[in-house]
Design a protein around this ligand. Structure first.
Ligand code: SF4
Ligand code: SF4
Length: 258
């Protein structure tokens, strides 16, 4: 590299450095685009969110009819609703309405299905808990009568968003308070027993022929009955006599020898 090229490279480096610093310096005099969350905001972030933003769900129990339309629409079973009918007064009571905020995916299907807008998204979004089970939000402490469905064209009044869920989230950060145990349900009547099926006649299996042992076979039995065979011990007396022809031949040989 020649000296001229070398000096030119140094000049370009200085120019590039100046460009970068000029961009950085320009931001010193502009209004910042970011905010320091959560403690240095001009107002709470919840109030700055758009009206239709989907925060943690909440329920206005006073206008809930207990129709369970919201629970039927939820694709992941986040809503637990229990309505019981009083046997004497025939009054339907809302016994439980719980939202699993730790499981909810904020799709909004339940909100669209609700006929009274009792369930809705609040603007609350800070749900950090030490235990995810605390995000199971219970909106019914004691059984209460369900609301009557609104008449056609009737406007249903409700409270501002966040009224119900905000204190619940604050309480969820406190040590857990045990919920009141619910009375046990009466046992369901047992179904009548079915008539017993006609008894089939017992078919006894044919007895298998017993296997005979070796000692019981006819051959072995005959062998047992027969007298024992004489011992085959060879004694000098018991040796068989030579045949007559052999004796004769022996005598002839002897006479020739004589
Ligand atoms: S917002 Fe969606 S996921 Fe959450 S409770 Fe409603 S239907 Fe279920
Ligand atoms: S929140 Fe709405 S949809 Fe759900 S049970 Fe109550 S009235 Fe019905």
């Amino acid at each position: 590299m020649g000296l001229a090229k070398y000096i030119g490279a140094i000049g370009r480096s200085i120019m590039t450095l100046g460009d970068g610093l000029a961009v950085t310096m320009s931001y010193l005099f502009r209004k910042p685009m970011t905010i320091q969350y959560p403690d240095r905001t001009a107002e709470p972030v919840v109030k700055m969110l758009p009206e239709r933003s989907r925060g943690i769900l909440e329920v206005d129990i006073e206008i809930c009819t207990g129709c369970s339309m919201c629970a039927k629409q939820c694709p992941i079973d986040c809503l637990h609703i229990l309505v019981e009918k009083d046997a004497e007064t025939k009054q339907r009571n809302l016994v439980e309405f719980a939202i699993d905020a730790g499981k909810c995916m904020y799709c909004g299907l339940c909100v669209e299905a609700c006929p009274t807008s009792a369930i809705r998204h609040s603007h609350e979004f800070e749900g950090g808990m030490s235990d995810v089970n605390r995000l199971m939000l219970h909106f019914v402490d004691e059984p209460r009568p369900v609301a009557k469905p609104p008449k056609k064209g009737e406007e249903v009044k409700t409270k501002p968003k966040g009224t119900f869920v905000r204190p619940m989230l604050a309480n969820a950060l406190e040590p857990a308070v045990p919920r009141k145990p619910r009375p046990p349900k009466p046992p369901a009547p047992k179904p009548a027993p079915k008539p017993a099926a006609e008894a089939k006649p017992e078919t006894k299996p044919e007895p298998k022929p017993e296997k005979k042992t070796l000692a019981e076979t006819p051959k072995a039995k005959a062998a047992e009955d027969s007298p024992p065979s004489p011992a085959k011990t060879e004694t000098p007396e018991s040796k068989p006599d030579k045949p007559a022809e052999a004796v004769k031949a022996d005598d002839g040989k002897a006479t020739e020898d004589k």
